[in-house]
Design a protein around this ligand. Structure first.
Ligand code: SAM
Length: 214
């Protein structure tokens, strides 16, 4: 099954826009120098985020979980010149790499990184957002969605990464670890939230796309 999945993913990549050179470099440098490089969005999901951003043309984006800035730069591709992407990460050691690649990609005026615990920072943010991308510590996913519901205007979007969690979400509840339970919880929260229209896409590790409807 995994073999077929891998072949299909390769087929999808071959028929998807090529990864931009600078993002390829960022991907490579992340793999060489940063812990847990599997966390990076990567080619396929990155192109999906770019496409989504071009469709929405968001002027204000909040990202929770910057890592080395790959997904932030993909989203920034679809944002107009005078827009703002605030991205939060608890790991300050990542800042130089995020700044370096934002500069190389010409997105330094759009991407603003805040270092700190997202659950503490989100309530201090002012104004509303057109798009929120949640891709940080899984245990806090439901909290992040609840915190962001007030920050996203009606018609705005919340995108949540890793909602299939390598397929572990369909395991028996008694066999689920803490992170899997947290992912299952956020999926159930979103699916029953009257303020959101949602679709769970089985892209890569699962992407939940939510639109605020009320
Ligand atoms: C999966 S990575 C993000 C990947 C990135 N969005 C990308 O696609 O390239 C998750 C990030 O969340 C950060 N993180 C974990 N807990 C956090 C917290 N409480 N507040 C803010 N960031 C956190 C980690 O330091 C890590 O860089």
């Amino acid at each position: 099954m995994e073999f077929i999945d891998e072949k299909l993913e390769n087929y999808s990549l071959v028929h998807t826009e090529e990864e931009p050179e600078i993002l390829k470099k960022l991907n490579r440098e992340t793999c060489l120098k940063v812990m847990r490089p599997r966390m990076i969005s990567g080619h396929l999901q990155g192109r999906f985020l770019s496409m989504l951003s071009h469709m929405i043309c968001p002027k204000r984006v909040l990202e929770i979980g910057t890592y080395t800035g790959y997904s932030a730069l993909c989203i920034a591709e679809g944002m107009p010149a005078d827009s703002e992407l605030i991205t939060i990460d608890i790991n300050e050691e990542l800042t130089p790499m995020v700044e370096k690649y934002s500069q190389l990609y010409g997105m330094q005026d759009i991407v603003k990184m805040i270092v700190g615990d997202a659950s503490q920072i989100i309530p201090s943010l002012k104004g509303s957002f057109d798009l929120v991308f949640i891709d940080a510590d899984k245990e806090n996913y439901t909290l992040y969605v609840k915190q962001c519901l007030d920050l996203v205007h009606k018609g705005g979007y919340i995108v949540i990464d890793n909602v299939l969690w390598s397929g572990k979400v369909i395991a028996e509840k008694s066999h689920m670890d803490i992170e899997t339970k947290a992912i299952d919880q956020v999926n159930k929260f979103v699916a029953t939230c009257p303020h959101l229209q949602q679709i769970l896409l089985p892209v890569r590790d699962g992407l939940m796309i939510c639109r605020k409807i009320s």
